[in-house]
Design a protein around this ligand. Structure first.
Ligand code: HEC
Length: 152
């Protein structure tokens, strides 16, 4: 027990690890964020496609988490100097995100409103879920088409 606590204290007492490369930290954070987005959206897409059995409680739980994620501020995850032109091989974020800012926020808004709608409709049966998931999927694609490179 004592050893475990000491190890934990040591881990939290080394902030230099987290700030050695703040740009890389931000890239890691947003990629991790989108993995959590995918984790929750994947449940909803899976149910809509019949790959996962529809379950109202599970659908609502995933939709609620997605709503929380969509409504995070996330401003700190997009520092200048973190596009794929600045950091090739590390990120797929295209320079146009910064070049035409704030245009990208329209895509975030579409993701937010699709997630907000699903949070109230995902538990109302498969047809309601499917309708909401279509709008959600379009919001992901709508942003990726313009702002995310196809490959690293
Ligand atoms: C406002 C724009 C935007 C929206 C909306 C959006 N994404 Fe993305 N997504 C991006 C960008 C930009 C990246 C590239 C991030 C990077 O590589 O730094 C990305 C990356 C990802 C990744 C890869 C993460 C990794 O590990 O490299 C996944 C998975 C993903 N998005 C899923 C989704 C899903 C699912 C949705 C909708 C439910 C969604 N995204 C909505 C912009 C968006």
């Amino acid at each position: 027990m004592r050893l475990t606590s000491l190890t934990l204290i040591a881990a939290f007492a080394t902030p230099t690890i987290a700030t050695a490369d703040p740009i890389k930290d931000a890239i890691d954070a947003r990629q991790g964020y989108y993995q959590v987005v995918k984790h929750n959206a994947g449940v909803l897409f899976g149910m809509a496609q019949g790959k996962i059995d529809y379950d109202a409680a599970r659908a609502t739980s995933a939709a609620n988490d997605l709503q929380a994620l969509a409504n995070l501020g996330n401003d700190g995850m997009w520092p200048m100097g973190s596009s794929n032109a600045d950091r090739p091989g590390e990120t797929r974020a295209l320079p146009v995100i910064w070049g035409t800012y704030p245009a990208v926020l329209e895509k975030s808004e579409a993701f937010k409103s699709a997630s907000n709608a699903l949070a109230s409709s995902a538990g109302n049966g498969l047809d309601a879920l499917r309708a909401g998931v279509q709008t959600l999927g379009a919001s992901c694609k709508g942003c990726h088409d313009t702002y995310r490179a196809k490959s690293f």
